[in-house]
Design a protein around this ligand. Structure first.
Ligand SMILES: NC(=O)c1ccc[n+]([C@@H]2O[C@H](COP(=O)([O-])OP(=O)(O)OC[C@H]3O[C@@H](n4cnc5c(N)ncnc54)[C@H](O)[C@@H]3O)[C@@H](O)[C@H]2O)c1
Ligand SMILES: O=P(O)(O)OC[C@H](O)CO
Length: 352
């Protein structure tokens, strides 16, 4: 019984890969490149095309197989190529991996709405909430395209560099269409990547967005050198706040304690490769936000998501002291030390 199931799953997996000839990746930053490479490694004749804006980076990828801007220490497989042409990138693609930062996703998707066939599934790996609308990518995609498009959301603890280095990684593929989630599982699963499935899109997306805000808070605690006790208390409080809000928004408990919830919180709050955590560390050390952002060429989604969380806390009537304090620090209404002081002086509570 067990072996027959294993065999059947392997056969399906081969089928999805066998019938996939081309995947387009929107955004050739760190994670778009890493996920494109993860797919290219699955099958040597799979065409993985990165859609970029910078012709010089394209040239480097096509001529030297190196993404010189985002992952200059890694050689890409030869079946990863790059183009700046929307039409060329999308032509013949059976899946589209979306790795454009959330705040730029709407304009980008509007620009491709007329070119992307309506039956090509979008696999979004972007983690954040849109400023102004408060929407998740699962809402931004149909709203920007002006139609329903098959979509899946891949999330979980997954630093681009470690995916590139073939270090074991576990993610979750979420889709309201369970078959599409299973297809994504079969497309991405490898000896180096485990892929769980779920239909809890809201849970996966909200946890992926909120953990970036909590990681900034964890970085602040690190930057202020407040110690291990403070870090553990902060992360535990943040986990509770994420659970309170996510549950009110309809997330399932299994998602909150799973890879895209607790798993990604642990990675991003404690992992030194996190860009969001790094922003927090520098804020804690007293640097100005504008200087921190100017010094980096990579996105830290928590910086923009933090303000959206304040609105969600109001909308869902839930108190989120740590997550909303991050927004206050980013807005310059509080400095990092004042934020810690305020949180430590909140009324003592019963645990819930
Ligand atoms: N890097 C990681 O380890 C990682 C892991 C999981 C998820 N993510 C998520 O993936 C998304 C992308 O992150 P990344 O690490 O690749 O970011 P990045 O900063 O390394 O690269 C961003 C990419 O988006 C492109 N881009 C920016 N503005 C654009 C626009 N207006 N139109 C089109 N393209 C635009 C950039 O040119 C670049 O190619 C984020 O939401 C991030 O949270 C990242
Ligand atoms: O580097 P960060 O903080 O954007 O985090 C990257 C991923 O989301 C980790 O799973």
């Amino acid at each position: 019984m067990r072996w027959s199931r294993v065999f059947r799953e392997r056969t399906d997996s081969v089928c999805v890969l066998q019938r996939t000839d081309k995947v387009v990746v929107f955004g050739g930053g760190s994670f778009g490149t890493a996920m494109g490479v993860a797919l290219a490694r699955q099958k040597r004749d799979l065409n993985v095309t990165l859609l970029l804006r910078d012709p010089y980076v394209c040239k480097d990828i096509n001529n030297t197989h190196v993404n010189t801007r985002y992952l200059k220490d890694h050689v890409l497989p030869e079946n990863v190529t790059a183009t700046t042409s929307l039409a060329e990138a999308i032509a013949g693609a059976q899946y589209a991996v979306h790795a454009v930062p959330v705040q730029h996703s709407r304009a980008f998707l509007q620009s491709i709405a007329g070119i992307l066939p309506p039956d090509v599934p979008i696999i979004s790996v972007s983690k954040g909430l849109e400023v102004g609308t408060g929407k998740m990518m699962s809402e931004v995609i149909p709203s920007a395209l002006g139609r329903k498009q098959p979509a899946a959301f891949l999330s979980g603890p997954s630093f681009a560099k470690e995916v590139m280095d073939l270090r074991p990684t576990g993610v979750v593929a979420a889709s309201r269409d369970p078959q599409l989630a299973r297809d994504m599982q079969q497309l991405f699963a490898s000896p180096f990547m485990r892929v769980n499935t779920t239909t809890d899109v809201i849970g996966v997306e909200i946890c992926g967005a909120l953990k970036n805000v909590l990681a900034i808070a964890a970085g602040i605690v690190e930057g202020l050198d407040l110690g291990h006790n403070a870090m553990a208390a902060l992360v535990a409080q943040g986990c509770s706040e994420i659970r309170w809000l996510a549950e009110k928004m309809g997330a399932k408990p299994a998602t909150i304690s799973g890879l895209s919830g607790l798993g990604d919180i642990m990675l991003t709050c404690y992992g030194s490769l996190s860009r969001n955590r790094s922003v927090g560390v520098k804020l804690g050390q007293g640097l100005k936000l504008e200087d921190i952002l100017a010094a980096s060429n990579q996105v830290a989604e928590g910086v923009t998501t933090a303000g959206v969380v304040v609105g969600l806390a109001r909308k869902y009537r839930v108190s989120l002291p740590v997550l909303t304090a991050v927004a206050q620090v980013l807005d310059g209404n509080l400095n990092a030390k004042e934020a810690v002081y305020e949180i430590m002086n909140l009324p003592q509570i019963e645990e819930r």
